[in-house]
Every structure is written in structure tokens, then in C-alpha cells.
Design a protein. Structure first.
Length: 178
């Protein structure tokens, strides 16, 4: 099976991306977040947020979709790393989701590789991301891709339940460097 086709998000993709994001949360965070919260997530509301944000900003935030046989099967979003409200020289992977029925097909890996490639080409020295501390499968995924936990942890709470996040980082040597 060949890898997925990765391209930038189009406005028409927002409904499918919202479905992938919501189903991804409901699958990946089952047992890590309150089930009532996950059950209440709305594809329609998420799609409306994606449509409202589409085309806004200064172009530094990049939304990518993965397609296979004409169907969108994954989504990733990256841009400048935010230290509070301040953008730094580093990049951040804000989100990456694959439709749960398509796990294990290399879609997430292809999206992550393309995000890393674009961030490196843009001259970012590192790429950072946040992952739930107890999301062991996601942590293994990022570690296989060369990211390492850097010891920084942030509190995160969902409906009174603590679900702390840990930060991962990966150096992005300039393309001419080894």
C-alpha cells in the first residue's frame, strides 16, 4: 500500500477534519478523560470552528490533511511555538489526528514527517509538542519519530479531572546539516 497524499487543508475539508478530530479524541482519550466530556464533543461545533478560522492569520499556522483514495483520513496542524502568548523561533505541532478506523496505516507518520519537513525548511531549530502524560501509545509514536520528553509538564484539567501534559521536543537541523 502506498503512503497517503498530504496536502494543505481546503475549506471544503473542514467537516471531515472535524469528524476525524472528534472521533480521534473519543478514541485516543478514552479512559484518560471523563467519558461524559468525550461523548459530548460535537462534530458540527468543531467544523464551525475550523471554518471560522480558515484563511485567517498570517500564514504561519499550517493545516495539512492526508488523503487515501480521495478520502481524508488524517489531519495535522503546526506553527510557531507559543511560550505563553509569545511566539518563539521553535515550531509546535498543535494537533495530529487519524481517523480511528485507519490507525496503523502510516497516516500519522506521513503527516508528522511532512510537518517536520516543512518546519525544518522554514528554519525552525526545534519542533515541540504536548501530549497527555498517560497517553502511552501517543508517546511511543512520538518517540519513534525522534521526539523526546524534555522534562516540562503542564497541568491540564477536564471537568475536574487532572490530565497533565508533557512536552516533547525534536531538534530540526538545517537541511544541509547531518
Amino acid at each position: 500500500m502506498t503512503g497517503p497524499h498530504i496536502r494543505e487543508l481546503a475549506l471544503a475539508d473542514c467537516d471531515r477534519v472535524a469528524e476525524i478530530r472528534v472521533r480521534g479524541w473519543q478514541s485516543a482519550y478514552r479512559g484518560l478523560m471523563p467519558q461524559a466530556y468525550l461523548d459530548a464533543l460535537s462534530v458540527a461545533q468543531d467544523a464551525a470552528r475550523h471554518r471560522a478560522r480558515f484563511g485567517q492569520g498570517d500564514g504561519t499556522v499550517v493545516n495539512l490533511v492526508a488523503e487515501r483514495a480521495g478520502e481524508i483520513v488524517g489531519w495535522a496542524c503546526h506553527g510557531p511555538y507559543r511560550d505563553g502568548e509569545v511566539r518563539t523561533a521553535d515550531a509546535e505541532l498543535y494537533a495530529i489526528y487519524v481517523h480511528p478506523e485507519r490507525y496503523g496505516e502510516g497516516i500519522g507518520q506521513a503527516l508528522l514527517e511532512e510537518s517536520v519537513r516543512r518546519c525544518r525548511a522554514s528554519g525552525h531549530p526545534r519542533m515541540m509538542l504536548w501530549v497527555l502524560r498517560d497517553n502511552t501509545p501517543a508517546r511511543r509514536f512520538y518517540e519513534r519519530a525522534g521526539f523526546t520528553a524534555d522534562g516540562v509538564e503542564e497541568p491540564f484539567e477536564v471537568e475536574g479531572v487532572e490530565v497533565p501534559e508533557v512536552r516533547y521536543a525534536r531538534e530540526l537541523p538545517h537541511p544541509r546539516q547531518p
